[in-house]
Design a protein around this ligand. Structure first.
Ligand SMILES: CC(C)(COP(=O)(O)OP(=O)(O)OC[C@H]1O[C@@H](n2cnc3c(N)ncnc32)[C@H](O)[C@@H]1OP(=O)(O)O)[C@@H](O)C(=O)NCCC(=O)NCCS
Length: 174
């Protein structure tokens, strides 16, 4: 199954997939406080489709680090339950992280299962001095640097991000 960029037609089926996999009360979680101020990052929203229906989704949101730099929050990541265990989730994370690095993002944060995300380099230690605007299970709050040292000495509260520029303007330094 191919990973394709999310398009405007995918919005409603992504919401249905997220309601199915996480439940509607997902919107009350702390990570959603970080997704309210800006849309998902253009060029970092992906889906997998089967027979025209969305069966897997991954997006990234911009967040503001305590040093005022922009970074990414990975997720939500979801795969249709009947298709789980076929490597689709990992393929999406691998693809998304490679693209995030190519776009020049310095670091990625996640609130998720350590055993799932550690193979991608996420580590609790990298997020130890960071705080989110609400309660999370701390062992699930992890981070990875895409630019080595990007989180060195960065301590404090993570805030919502600014609407991110498309990749081509970021690469041009605009
Ligand atoms: C978690 C999820 C995205 C995994 O996608 P997937 O396509 O089934 O996963 P993959 O096939 O790439 O990987 C399967 C591996 O992940 C493990 N895995 C699946 N869900 C997991 C979870 N919630 N926590 C830890 N490991 C998990 C499986 O045990 C399997 O391990 P193995 O390879 O050692 O046997 C999917 O099950 C899902 O949508 N779950 C509901 C929503 C959710 O919890 N999203 C993640 C938020 S952090």
């Amino acid at each position: 199954m191919k990973i394709i960029p999310q398009g405007p037609i995918h919005g409603a089926s992504i919401e249905r997939l997220l309601d199915l996999t996480f439940g509607h009360d997902r919107l009350d979680k702390t990570v959603y406080r970080l997704r309210e101020a800006a849309p998902a990052v253009p060029g970092l929203s992906f889906v997998m489709e089967q027979d025209g229906a969305v069966v897997a989704t991954l997006r990234f949101w911009p967040v503001t680090l305590p040093n005022h730099e922009q970074a990414l929050l990975l997720g939500p990541l979801a795969v249709l339950p009947e298709l789980s265990g076929r490597g689709m989730g990992r393929a999406l994370v691998r693809h998304g992280m490679a693209e995030a690095k190519a776009q020049g993002w310095p670091a990625v944060l996640i609130v998720g299962e350590p055993s799932y995300y550690e193979p991608f380099g996420f580590a609790r230690e990298k997020a130890e001095h960071l705080r989110l605007p609400g309660w999370v299970e701390l062992p699930r709050f992890q981070a990875v640097e895409l630019i080595p040292g990007a989180l060195d000495g960065v301590e404090g509260l993570i805030n919502p991000g600014r609407p991110a520029k498309p990749a081509w303007t970021r690469k041009a330094g605009a």
